[in-house]
Design a binder for this molecule. Structure first.
Ligand SMILES: Cc1cc2nc3c(=O)[nH]c(=O)nc-3n(C[C@H](O)[C@H](O)[C@H](O)COP(=O)(O)OP(=O)(O)OC[C@H]3O[C@@H](n4cnc5c(N)ncnc54)[C@H](O)[C@@H]3O)c2cc1C
Length: 372
C-alpha cells in the first residue's frame, strides 16, 4: 500500500507529488487524460510580486509565500529534470485605458499598501520609457519584480523530476469511485481496479466537485472559462508583461505573445468564441498598436477552478480521517503551486504548518449532497 494517492495531475497535483516524494513518501498520481493538459497548460504563467511583510490578507500572504519559493523551485527542478521552466523576472507594466481611469489612484494605492516595489510614470515620461505603448494610455506604473514561467515547460519539468523520485503515474485513468472503511478512504477506484493508499488528496481542479460527488460530498467550486490568443513576431516590441484590468499581454522569449484573458461562467465549455478572440485582439492592438502586424498563431480556452470566495480549499475534508483537498486556485494556481505543495506536505507529514490553513478550510465550500 502506498502512502498517498493524488487525484488530478495538473500543476497542483504534480507539485504536491513532487514535494511528498522528496520527503520519502510513496505517491501515485491519477489523471483521466495525459498529465497537465487542462488549466495548468492553458494558463499564462504570470507570477505577480507580493511582499510577505506587508501582506495583510490570507490571500496575499499565500501569494507572497509562494512567490518567494519560485526561484529556488525553478533551479531545483532544472537540476533534477534537465528542463528549464523559463522562470524569469521580466518586469511588468500596469496600464489604464479610459475605462480603467475611474478608481486608478485607489488601484495604485492598493499595490503600494501591499508593499510591492512600484515605479509610477508621469504621462509625459511614459512614451519615453515605453514607446511601444499606445499614446492613448495616460497612466501606468511599472513592477520591476513581476515574473513569468513557461507553464507547459514547468509541467514537463515537474513530471520528469517526480519520475526520478519514484512517483507512480497513471495517465488516462479516471477515478470513478472510492473504497471506504468507516471514516477512512482506503483506496481510489478506476474502471479496472482499486489502488490503496494511506491518504488521498483531491486535486482535480474544476472537476473536483465531480470527484467528491462519488463520496456523496457537495462542493462549491465552478469552472470559469478563460480564452487566450497567441500571436508571434520576429522581433518582440516589448519584453515586459503588460496588464490592464483583467486582461494582459505576456511576451515569451521566442517571439510569441499571449493575450489573455476572458472570464465566462459557461460550464465545462472550452470553445473559443469570435467575441472572445476578437475582443482580445482588439484589446492588444489598443494597448500596443504595432501588434496589428503580428502573426496569429492559435487560440485556446481553459477552465479556472473557482471556489466560493476565490481562495483555494486546502486541508482535510471534514468527516474523513485521511481525505484531503487542494483545489479552487482560480486565477493564481500556477503562482500558488509551490506553497500549496509545501503546506500539504507539512499537513500530511505532521510538521509545523507555516501559515494558518483556517482561511483556506474546505468547510467553506463543502457540504453533504443531501443538504443541496
Ligand atoms: C486562461 C487562463 C489563464 C491563467 N493564467 C494564470 C496565470 O497567469 N498565473 C497563474 O498563477 N494562474 C493562471 N491561471 C490559473 C491556473 O492555470 C489554475 O489555477 C491552475 O492551473 C489550477 O491547477 P489544477 O492542478 O488545480 O487544475 P488543472 O490543471 O485543471 O488539473 C486538474 C486535473 O484533474 C484531472 N481530473 C479531473 N477529473 C479527474 C478524475 N475523475 N480522475 C482523474 N483525474 C481527473 C484533469 O484531467 C486535470 O488534469 C490561468 C488559467 C486560465 C484558464
Amino acid at each position: 500500500m502506498l502512502d498517498v494517492n493524488i487525484v488530478g495531475g495538473g500543476v497542483i497535483g504534480l507539485s504536491i507529488a513532487y514535494e511528498l516524494a522528496h520527503q520519502g513518501l510513496s505517491v501515485a498520481v491519477f489523471d483521466r487524460q495525459q498529465f497537465g493538459q487542462e488549466a495548468s497548460w492553458a494558463g499564462a504563467g504570470m507570477l505577480p510580486p507580493a511582499d510577505i511583510q506587508a501582506a495583510a490578507t490570507p490571500g496575499l500572504q499565500l501569494r507572497a509565500a509562494s512567490r518567494l519559493m519560485w526561484p529556488e523551485w525553478s533551479n531545483r527542478l532544472k537540476e533534477e529534470s534537465g528542463v528549464d521552466n523559463g522562470f524569469v523576472n521580466c518586469g511588468g507594466f500596469h496600464v489604464a485605458l479610459s475605462e480603467e481611469m475611474p478608481g486608478w489612484q485607489d488601484y495604485v494605492s492598493e499595490w503600494r499598501q501591499a508593499g510591492v516595489v512600484l515605479e509610477e510614470y508621469e504621462p509625459r515620461l511614459l512614451q519615453e520609457q515605453a514607446p511601444f505603448l499606445s499614446p492613448e494610455i495616460q497612466s501606468a506604473f511599472y513592477l520591476p519584480e513581476m515574473s513569468q514561467v513557461r507553464n507547459p515547460r514547468h509541467l514537463k519539468a515537474l513530471l520528469l523530476a517526480c519520475a526520478k523520485q519514484g512517483v507512480q503515474f497513471h495517465p488516462g485513468t479516471p477515478i470513478i469511485g472510492f473504497e471506504q472503511k468507516g471514516a477512512r478512504v482506503t483506496g481510489v477506484r478506476t474502471s479496472t481496479e482499486i489502488h490503496r493508499a494511506g491518504r488521498t488528496v483531491i486535486a482535480g481542479g474544476a472537476w473536483s466537485p465531480e470527484v467528491l460527488s462519488q463520496l456523496g460530498i457537495g462542493c462549491d467550486l465552478v469552472p470559469i472559462q478563460g480564452q487566450i490568443v497567441l500571436l508571434s513576431m520576429t522581433r518582440l516590441p516589448f519584453h515586459q508583461v503588460i496588464e490592464c484590468g483583467s486582461r494582459y499581454l505576456v511576451p515569451r522569449s521566442d517571439g510569441r505573445i499571449l493575450i489573455g484573458s476572458t472570464e465566462s461562467n459557461v460550464g465545462f465549455n472550452k470553445q473559443n468564441t469570435a467575441e472572445g478572440v476578437g475582443g482580445l485582439i482588439q484589446f492588444a492592438e489598443s494597448v500596443v498598436p504595432c501588434l496589428k502586424k503580428a502573426t496569429f498563431e492559435r487560440a485556446w480556452a481553459g477552465l479556472r477552478p473557482k471556489s466560493i470566495d476565490g481562495l483555494p480549499y486546502l486541508g482535510h475534508v471534514a468527516g474523513y480521517e485521511n481525505l484531503l483537498m487542494a483545489a479552487g486556485h482560480y486565477r493564481d494556481g500556477l503562482q500558488l503551486s509551490p506553497i500549496t505543495a509545501k503546506l500539504m506536505r507539512q499537513l500530511i507529514c505532521e510538521e509545523e504548518i507555516e501559515l494558518s490553513l483556517e482561511p483556506f478550510a474546505c468547510s467553506r465550500g463543502i457540504r453533504d449532497c443531501e443538504e443541496r
